[in-house]
Write a protein that binds this ligand. Structure first.
Ligand code: GLU
Length: 496
């Protein structure tokens, strides 16, 4: 409530509508609510705003839960968790919205409006023509219906909505914890619909009634809702309820200053999971979209974020979604992860890559591969994609590297190399290194002349982990087979 004092545990909510996937902007809102609640020892509620039957998508619910769980943002009350203020689905609370609308009707704060869709459309068109000289929006036609007229229309079961009586021109002011003092002129506001003709509430009514009944002390939501706030203030006023404290999070822009779009970062949270990001990295990155913890701190654990999070440090200016920074941050987290903890995620990426049967059976081998690629990767997907040659022979050779390293003179080198590798004992990093250095010296060439063609022959690419470590892990048989295949390839190329 507006008289909320520091020290009293706050109650906040994340209130998504299940109309599609949970995108990163929504996740940022959830995260700020979560951090705020945890910082102050309060409660974080998840409420599903599912009263818009037309836009409802059943898969969206599972996405919302999965996204919040993956990001490590458990809700204290809500679907699955339960709680004393449920149900947490607005579609299960419609009786309450109706009775609240009735209360406002009885108190003369709201009225029934029987205007047909045709009349409203006509009204809009007229207003367009006159360039809104007489004001825009609903013309309050039904405000002046007499009681008798209303009774008659009701008796005839005439479809109708319930509208709020917006007071005549006056300031509707509120203090936003991030944006400061904000005032709207009520003359700019329409007599908004509270209850639709199908008996379902609008977002405005349901949102306010639930925030009140659930004891929400702070509404922390995206900036795009700020224009709704004066309407909400007037609904609170009509009920004679104290409104909560409002804080509108800054918009998130694409790096070019445009709106976030799916192509420019606004992908769903689970898309980030699928493309190989770690939840703790995405969470850390999202926390910094609008919040400045102070100093040049960036990489922070969840506990550090909770300890440092205050709304005073959330800025009003737009935040920029810089995917390159997210990738960098993900790389930092990746290096901090144990190989053991990465194994299940990388394995599930490999499983989607149609590898030869049995390729993923040896866990020790899988861990060795992950260890070799972790430090070179920023995403789990890079580990999985760049390491495929550890499970199957390369299907082609990187063309530019092949032009450079698969020249005719390499044939003689391979002829010297292959039998020595076949006999090498033990087949280990150090003895391989000794073999390469020794042969290079013998032939009077730089070791690179042997190393680069070998790498290309065994991996198909010109980059990757240290060569000797890689050869040791692949094993003698595989290395010899791939060197022989490369030899054939080069010889074939020369003949042609
Ligand atoms: N259901 C709204 C949404 O989808 C909630 C907005 C609010 O937090 O008031 O974001």
């Amino acid at each position: 409530m507006a008289d909320w004092k520091e020290g009293i545990p706050p109650v906040v909510r994340f209130a998504p509508s299940p109309t599609g996937y949970l995108h990163v902007g929504g996740a940022r809102t959830a995260l700020f609510n979560f951090l705020f609640a945890r910082h102050h020892g309060g409660r974080f509620i998840l409420r599903i705003e599912d009263t818009d039957q037309k836009r409802y998508q059943p898969e969206a619910l599972a996405e919302i839960y999965a996204s919040l769980k993956w990001l490590g943002l458990p809700w204290d009350e809500g679907p699955e968790a339960g709680g004393k203020d449920g149900p947490y689905f607005q579609s299960q609370r419609t009786a309450s919205y109706r009775s609240h609308a009735d209360q406002l009707l009885a108190a003369g704060k709201a009225y029934r409006c029987f205007c047909t869709e045709e009349r409203l459309t006509h009204l809009r068109e007229e207003q367009e023509k006159t360039k809104m000289a007489n004001g825009s929006g609903y013309d309050r036609h039904c405000r002046s219906l007499s009681e008798a007229e209303v009774e008659k229309l009701l008796a005839a079961a005439t479809p109708h909505v319930v509208r709020l009586k917006i007071p005549d021109a006056r300031a509707v002011a509120f203090h936003d914890l991030i944006r400061g003092d904000i005032a709207y002129d009520s003359a700019q506001l329409d007599d908004l619909v509270l209850l639709k003709s199908d008996g379902f509430p609008t977002y405005h009514l349901a949102n306010v009634v639930d925030d009140h009944l659930m004891g929400i002390t702070h509404v922390l939501r995206g900036d795009e809702w700020i224009a709704s706030t004066p309407k909400h203030i007037l609904i609170y006023e009509a009920f004679a309820w104290t409104p909560p404290v409002f804080a509108h999070m800054p918009v998130i822009l694409a790096p070019d200053g445009g709106k976030l779009s799916k192509r420019r970062g606004a992908a769903s949270v689970l898309d980030y999971q699928r493309s190989g990001f770690l939840p703790e990295a995405l969470r850390n990155f999202l926390a910094l979209l609008g919040w400045a913890p102070g100093g040049d701190r960036e990489i922070m654990t969840l506990d550090e974020m909770i300890a440092a999070f205050t709304l005073e440090r959330v800025q009003a200016k737009a935040a920029v979604f810089d995917e390159t920074k997210l990738e960098w941050m993900n790389g930092v987290y990746l290096q901090g992860r144990s190989i053991e903890s990465l194994l299940p995620d990388v394995r599930s990426l490999w499983e989607k890559m149609e590898l030869p049967a049995g390729a993923l059976e040896d866990e020790t081998y899988l861990k060795k591969v992950i260890a070799m690629f972790r430090e070179r990767s920023r995403k789990l997907s890079e580990i999985a994609e760049n390491s495929l040659y550890f499970f199957r022979d390369p299907r082609e050779y990187e063309p530019q590297a092949a032009r450079k390293h698969f020249k005719g003179e390499v044939l003689a080198l391979l002829d010297a190399l292959i039998p020595r590798i076949a006999k090498l004992e033990p087949f280990s990093h150090d003895s391989l290194e000794g073999l390469y250095r020794g042969l290079a010296e013998e032939k009077g060439i730089a070791a690179g002349k042997l190393i680069h063609p070998t790498r290309l022959a065994v991996s198909g690419v010109s980059f990757g982990p240290g060569l000797f470590e890689m050869l040791e892990a692949l094993g003698r048989e595989t290395v010899v087979r791939r060197l022989e295949r490369a030899r054939e390839h080069i010889a074939g190329g020369i003949k042609a």
